[in-house]
Ligand binder design. Structure first.
Ligand SMILES: [Zn+2]
Length: 86
């Protein structure tokens, strides 16, 4: 899996673009966790399957050009953070 991930505390306000989202048999399950943020218009998910157990920071994946149809509408952590800081 080559999903580009970004930490919750990342300061960048730019959306990370996944250059190539690989398709695999796990994609269907992964899709169920993916949510759509209406604020930045990106799909995102909390990344639980990455080897970041040692990290105390939650990791999130952002998907650009990802179909938002049928996805749960939920503001992403990055936008929540921006909103809280504004
Ligand atoms: Zn967002």
């Amino acid at each position: 899996m080559t999903h580009i991930i970004e930490s919750y505390l990342a300061k960048s306000t730019n959306a990370i673009t996944s250059k190539q989202r690989k398709r695999g048999n796990a994609s269907a399950m992964a899709d169920a966790r993916i949510k759509h943020c209406k604020r930045c218009n990106l799909c995102w998910e909390k990344s639980l399957n990455f080897d970041n157990k040692k990290s105390k920071k939650d990791m999130f994946s952002y998907y650009n050009n990802f179909p938002s149809f049928g996805k749960v509408k939920e503001m992403c952590p990055k936008c929540i953070r921006l909103q809280e800081n504004s």
